[in-house]
Write a protein that binds this ligand. Structure first.
Ligand code: PGA
Length: 256
């Protein structure tokens, strides 16, 4: 039996609603100037929509990929304020779907996340599907159930090929922007549950190919411990990604 192909770690910077076109490009150039293990790790920058064009131009000569933080699932039309997958063509390779801030602050539902994920894949881009439990849910012992329901909702409809090409980010809501990261053990356990759930929907060969990141207060201080855990295929980084040197430390920690 041939062993499953090793999954390539992926570290993505989620800049959230920070940086415009000029300072975003400057930050992107500062990241590109760091000593990064591009041969071993996929590196993605997700600027706000208005910065995508300039940041993509700033890193054109580097292996850094661009991601969008949000899209609408329709391709065009009367949807004021939204951007679509075709609008990202030639600019972005990834799109985050289901980030807990979108779920909590903007009412994004599991159905919305499913529609977005399907649209992202149909447009030839890679979704980074974010899932995670709230503190109340964790305290009530509901983490496994919450993750199963969020993951199944998206992955039951995908083809095995689409599933294998997707990225999942396990982001416990209580760890995002709080400075309180999940312990490496909690992260590894939850990521194992997510992979088992994908396997139930799509089979274990396919599930073995899906890259699953951890996100939530990842920092230069805790990244080694979190990212060296078996099954943790990289990180989705918020706050620390706004500092090129800190982000680079996290990327280096993801290299096998
Ligand atoms: P944080 O954000 O690293 O600031 O906790 C992570 C995220 O929201 O993706």
């Amino acid at each position: 039996m041939t062993p499953p192909q090793a999954r390539r770690p992926i570290v993505a910077a989620n800049w959230k609603m920070n940086t415009g076109p000029a300072d975003g490009s400057e930050l992107a150039r500062a990241v590109a100037a760091q000593d990064l293990p591009f041969a071993q790790v996929d590196v993605v920058l997700c600027p706000p929509s208005t910065g995508i064009t300039s940041v993509a131009a700033a890193v054109r000569d580097s292996p850094i990929a661009i991601g969008a933080q949000h899209v609408y699932w329709e391709t065009d039309g009367a949807f004021t304020g939204e951007i679509s997958v075709p609008m990202l063509s030639g600019l972005a390779a990834y799109v985050i779907a289901g980030h807990s801030e979108r779920r909590q602050l903007f009412g994004e539902t599991d159905d919305d996340v499913r529609r977005k994920t399907l649209a992202i894949l149909a447009g030839g881009l890679t979704p980074i599907v974010a899932v995670g439990e709230s503190l109340d849910q964790r305290d009530a012992g509901q983490t496994l159930g919450v993750l199963r329901s969020q993951v199944t909702h998206v992955f039951e409809l995908l083809t095995p090929e689409e599933t294998a090409a997707s990225v999942v980010a396990y982001e416990p809501v209580w760890a995002i922007g709080t400075g309180r990261n999940a312990t490496p053990q909690q992260a590894q356990e939850a990521i194992g549950w997510i992979r088992d759930t994908v396997a139930e929907a799509q089979g274990s060969t396919t599930a073995d190919q899906v890259r699953i990141q951890y996100g939530g207060s990842v920092s230069p201080e805790n990244c080694e411990e979190l990212l060296s855990r078996e099954g943790v295929d990289g990180a989705l980084v918020g706050g620390a990604s706004l500092d090129a040197a800190k982000f680079a430390t996290i990327v280096r920690a993801a290299a096998p």
